[in-house]
Design a protein. Structure first.
Length: 411
C-alpha cells in the first residue's frame, strides 16, 4: 500500500522527534511492504522566517491533499513579540478549520514501566490509568464573541460567548461512541448542565446519540467532579466526551498524571479519521539540539495514524508493541528516567524502536545505544536479555483489557 504523508517538522526540538518517528515508520513500511511518501510542509515559526507568515497557502495545500499529516509542535520564544494574529500558533487553528478537524483526542495511558513517575498514589495507579479525552475542537467559547467595553468611572466590562449548535455536538458524540465501541464500551459526558444552557444542550444531544449505541454504558459528570475523579479513581474512565475549553483543561491534567507529556499522543481529526497526528510535548526550546527529547508520544501518534487513517491495524499494533518492549528493556529518555533505567537520547530511542520493529540483532542495536550513551555521558546499559520462548503446551491469554466494573459517578 502507498500513502502520502505531509510532514510538519515544527520548531526548536520538534524536528529531532519527527526524524526518529519517520525512521520508525520507514521500518514498518519495509517490514509490511508499504511505501510512505513524505512531503515537507513548512508551517509555524520556520514558515514565518522563510515566508513571512505561519501558514502559506502552498504549505497548506500540501497538507490538504495528503492522506494524513504528521506534525511536530510549533511556536516558541523567538516569535513571542509578534502580533497575536501572526504568531506561529495561529497556523494550528487555520489548519484545523481548513481541514475540517473538529475532534481532538488525547490518550491518557500510564505505562506500568514508568508508573512511579505519576503524581498519583500507588494505590490509584495500581488500578490502571488508560482512557481518552475527546474534546470538541471547532466551536465553544474560543470561537464565540469576545469583547471588552470601557464603562464610566474607569471601569471595564468584558465578556466571552460560549456557543454550540446541536449538529456540532451530535457529530463529536458519534465519534466518541465509535471510539468507545473499539475500547471498553464506556462513555462519560462531562458538562456543566446545572448552570450552562450549552451544557443542557450537550446533555440532550449526547443522550439521544447514546441510544444508537446500546452496547456502550453512557453516563454524565460535571466538570468539577470529573477533575476530582481523574485524580481519585481514573480507572473508571474509558472515553471522556466534552466541549472545547473543559477538554483543554482536563487533557492537561490527564497528561500530567501519565508521568510525562512525552508519552501522550495527540490527534486532531474529522469523521474520516483524516487529520494531524503529533504530540502535546511542545517545541521545547530548552531541549533543541541536545538529543534529549522523548519521541515516544509522536511514535504512538503515528501508530494511531496507521490504525485509523490507513486501516493498518496489524502494523499499528506492531509499533505499539515496539514501544512497550523498549520500555520493558529499560531504555529511558531524560523525562522518563528513574532508578534502574538506561539513559538514551532521542536518536537512541529511535534506534531501539527500529530494532524492535525489524527484529534485527539486539547486539547491533545495543552497540549503537552505547555510542549514544557516550555522547550523553550516561551509563552504559547492560546487554539486553534474550526473551524465553513459551512452552509448546502453554496457551497465551488474550491481552485485551477487561471492561471496568466500576460505574461512573453521575452529576
Amino acid at each position: 500500500m502507498e500513502k502520502n504523508i505531509a510532514v510538519i517538522r515544527g520548531d526548536y526540538s520538534s524536528p529531532e522527534i519527527i526524524e526518529q518517528t519517520l525512521r520508525v515508520l520507514d521500518a514498518v513500511a519495509d517490514k509490511y511492504g508499504h511505501k510512505f511518501n513524505y512531503v515537507d510542509a513548512c508551517v509555524g515559526g520556520v514558515a514565518i522566517d522563510k515566508f513571512g507568515e505561519p501558514l502559506p497557502k502552498t504549505e497548506f495545500d500540501k497538507c490538504i491533499v495528503s492522506d494524513s499529516v504528521l506534525m511536530g509542535s510549533i511556536g516558541g520564544p523567538k516569535w513571542k513579540d509578534l502580533p497575536a494574529e501572526k504568531r506561529p500558533e495561529t497556523a494550528l487553528e487555520k489548519l484545523r478549520i481548513g481541514m475540517g478537524l473538529y475532534t481532538n483526542v488525547k490518550y491518557a495511558k500510564l505505562w506500568p514501566q514508568i508508573s512511579s513517575l505519576s503524581p498519583l498514589k500507588e494505590t490509584i495507579v495500581g488500578k490502571g490509568v488508560d482512557y481518552i479525552i475527546l474534546r470538541e475542537l471547532s466551536s465553544g467559547v474560543y470561537y464565540g464573541k469576545h469583547e471588552t467595553i470601557q464603562l464610566e468611572s474607569n471601569m471595564e466590562y468584558a465578556y466571552d460567548v460560549m456557543q454550540y449548535d446541536s449538529k456540532e455536538i451530535e457529530r463529536i458524540s458519534h465519534m466518541a461512541f465509535k471510539f468507545a465501541m473499539k475500547r471498553r464500551k464506556k462513555c462519560c459526558l462531562v458538562t456543566k448542565s446545572s448552570v450552562l444552557d450549552t451544557g443542557k444542550l450537550w446533555q440532550k444531544v449526547a443522550t439521544e446519540v447514546s441510544k444508537l449505541y446500546p452496547e456502550v454504558i453512557f453516563s454524565e459528570m460535571s466538570v468539577e467532579d470529573c477533575a476530582i475523579t481523574l485524580n481519585r479513581t481514573p480507572a473508571q474512565f474509558d472515553v471522556v466526551l466534552t466541549e472545547n475549553m473543559f477538554g483543554e483543561i482536563l487533557s492537561s491534567q490527564a497528561s500530567v498524571n501519565t508521568g510525562s507529556f512525552g508519552m501522550v499522543p495527540s490527534i486532531s481529526m474529522n469523521d474520516k479519521y483524516f487529520g494531524l497526528f503529533g504530540t502535546t510535548l511542545g517545541s521545547s526550546p530548552e531541549n533543541a539540539g541536545k538529543d534529549i527529547s522523548n519521541p515516544l508520544a509522536c511514535v504512538l501518534s503515528a501508530a494511531i495514524m496507521l490504525k485509523y487513517s490507513f486501516d493498518m491495524k496489524k502494523e499499528a499494533e506492531d509499533l505499539e508493541r515496539a514501544v512497550e518492549r523498549v520500555l520493558d528493556r529499560g531504555y529511558r529518555t531524560p523525562d522518563i528516567m528513574s532508578d534502574g533505567g538506561m539513559l538514551v537520547g532521542t536518536r537512541g530511542m529511535g534506534e531501539a524502536l527500529v530494532a524492535e520493529v525489524t527484529g534485527e540483532s539486539e547486539a547491533k542495536s545495543f552497540e549503537a545505544l552505547k555510542e549514544v550513551q557516550k555522547i550523553l555521558g550516561g551509563t552504559t546499559p547492560p546487554p539486553p536479555k534474550k526473551e524465553e520462548e513459551p512452552a509448546p503446551e502453554e496457551t497465551k491469554e488474550s491481552s485485551e483489557p477487561e471492561g471496568e466494573k466500576t460505574e461512573e459517578k453521575s452529576e
